[in-house]
Design a protein around this ligand. Structure first.
Ligand code: PLP
Length: 371
């Protein structure tokens, strides 16, 4: 059997891509908002059902700019159960991350625990729609409105997620999408910010282009966050494949559900009713007391069979050397996150996975004799 990884990038037909590249060659415009960029931005605005969109060279720079654009400072409340980029963008803005515990069901920041983390220095809440499961956006907005805080979402996993027909990127003040190659929709490297306030557009566009307003005017210390034409062209090709890929992953989810859904000691993370999922990841939780083996043992056993699962998001950000001494990083402050981080396992999940491969993965996870 071939090696199995948790994801494989969508790759368009090379001829299609070559045609796009020829157009770029002829235009002699490789970056600085060319026609590919303009077309992709319009297409994604529609697909994501958002009001404003700005493309970026990657999701991390996009999130750094989001925080700059809202002029956040002091402390921002966030989750420890995420990719390192989430707390790092706060640090890069001179902001202290305050870790808040997660909800045991969604694995997202627990709104019931946000209030007690608020201090006079708090300026915002940075939520993450982990594995594409939406945060409790209404509860979070209510807290933010009451205390006068901004809300930013890391929606890196939430491409195409909708709640009641509303794009996930319309909640909060700004949302960030990542278009990294490991994400469902990608531009090799890339990202975007979505937001509702049209007045933010100018500031975000200036910040992502060195603050340059005109040949003779630089307004602010901006950064280089521009998506180039090659990235945008790849994105246009990949976007045509996204809907079919999501349908394939939906079928694969059903097979996983059939094989793992009724196994005591294994629970499937997310995919509850009430929203359109992104199908970005398929993640299980393993209760070692019931299954008779730990998450790490299952991970190793899969690896011996050339199946490369991932322990997302182990270790917690609050346990990184750079954050572990923060008062909010104390284990006692984050009991749910510290427990669940040892139970999660991200399994192979992409359209090209076949039935036999899925069956084999599940067999290794379930079969007690094999360990
Ligand atoms: C992928 C990812 C990012 C970073 O995005 P890049 O485009 O790789 O910079 C940020 N947050 C989360 C949760 C991610 O999964």
């Amino acid at each position: 059997m071939n090696n199995l990884y948790i994801t494989r990038p969508l790759l368009p037909d090379i001829k299609k891509m070559t045609t796009m590249l020829k157009d770029i060659w002829e235009s002699k415009k490789l970056t600085n908002v060319g026609s590919q960029h303009v077309t992709l931005e319009a297409a994604l605005l529609k697909y994501l059902k958002v009001n404003q969109l700005s493309l970026f060279n990657n999701g991390t720079i996009a999130l750094i700019v989001a925080i700059q654009s809202l002029r956040l400072s002091g402390e921002v409340i966030t989750t420890p159960f995420t990719f390192p980029a989430t707390p790092h963008v706060l640090t890069w803005n001179g902001i202290k991350p305050i870790f808040c515990d997660i909800d045991a069901e969604t694995l997202n920041i627990d709104p019931c625990k946000i209030e007690k983390a608020i201090t006079p220095d708090t300026t915002a809440i940075l939520g993450v729609h982990v594995f594409g499961t939406p945060c409790e956006v209404d509860a979070i907005q209510k807290i933010a409105d009451y205390y006068g805080l901004k809300v930013v979402y890391d929606a890196a996993h939430a491409f195409g997620v909708e709640i009641d027909g509303r794009g996930i990127g319309t909640f909060g003040d700004i949302s960030m999408f990542s278009f990294h190659a490991t994400k469902l929709f990608h531009t090799a490297e890339g990202g975007a910010l979505s937001y509702n306030d049209p007045n933010l557009k100018q500031r975000i566009e200036l910040l992502k282009n060195f603050g340059i307003k005109s040949e003779e005017e630089v307004m602010m210390p901006g950064i280089n966050g521009k998506m180039n034409e090659l990235q945008a062209a790849l994105g246009l090709c990949v976007l045509q494949m996204v809907e079919q890929e999501r349908q394939k992953r939906k079928s694969i989810l059903e097979i996983y559900r059939r094989l793992l859904g009724n196994i005591e000691g294994i629970s499937i993370v997310g995919y509850k009713s009430g929203y359109v999922p992104s199908y970005q990841y398929f993640v299980i939780r393993i209760d070692s007391a019931i299954i008779g083996k730990t998450r790490d043992q299952v991970y190793e056993k899969l690896k011996e069979n050339n199946i490369f699962a991932r322990k997302y998001f182990y270790p917690l950000c609050s346990n990184y050397a750079c954050y572990k001494n923060l008062p909010s990083s104390a284990t006692g402050n984050l009991p749910v996150a510290n427990r669940i981080v040892n139970e999660v396992l991200c399994l192979p999940f992409y359209g090209g996975l076949n039935d036999d491969e899925i069956a084999k993965i599940c067999d290794i996870i379930i079969n007690k004799k094999k360990i």
